[in-house]
Design a protein around this ligand. Sequence first.
Ligand code: FES
Length: 181
Amino acid sequence: MTNYDPKALNEILAANARREGALIPLLQAVQNAFGYVPEEAIEPIAEATGVFPSQIYGVLTFYAQFRLKPMGESAIRVCHGTACHVGGAERIMDRICEELGIEEGETTADGKFSVEKIFCVGSCSLAPVVQINGRTYGRLNENAVGRLVRRIASQARESSGPSEKAPVEKPGAERGRKGAD
Ligand code: FES
């Protein structure tokens, strides 16, 4: 699903493209508008900035902040900051991807879930940490995160309408929860 709108892109280009060194702020503005940088936008961005499309792709793939695909309805973010890295973030990421059948940075075919890497979210004492729809789950291991993802995925797929996302419990309800049971 894409919400790309060429008219909105033209407005962003008109406001940003001619400024010196404007490529990154321009790409940020495009991503803010659409939730990602659509492939269809690359050529118009190249024309407006005079930067080759290959260079634009280079910037988009170099900086982790940019995405070339729309986000899923639920974002699963795996912290790869130092404490989480040491605590097994790679294994956590692998397990989540395995459960959902996608790779890091991808969205499931039904558009329900995206998985991405993030860096320290300030909950290092709970490492390794995963955020799902903004809620933090800490002290996870592969088994615990596998169960968590299966539960949330089954809830999301059984539901419909606005409640398709995982139910949001009180902030902090999961903070400090031992996931390694
Ligand atoms: S390193 Fe993951 S929360 Fe700080």
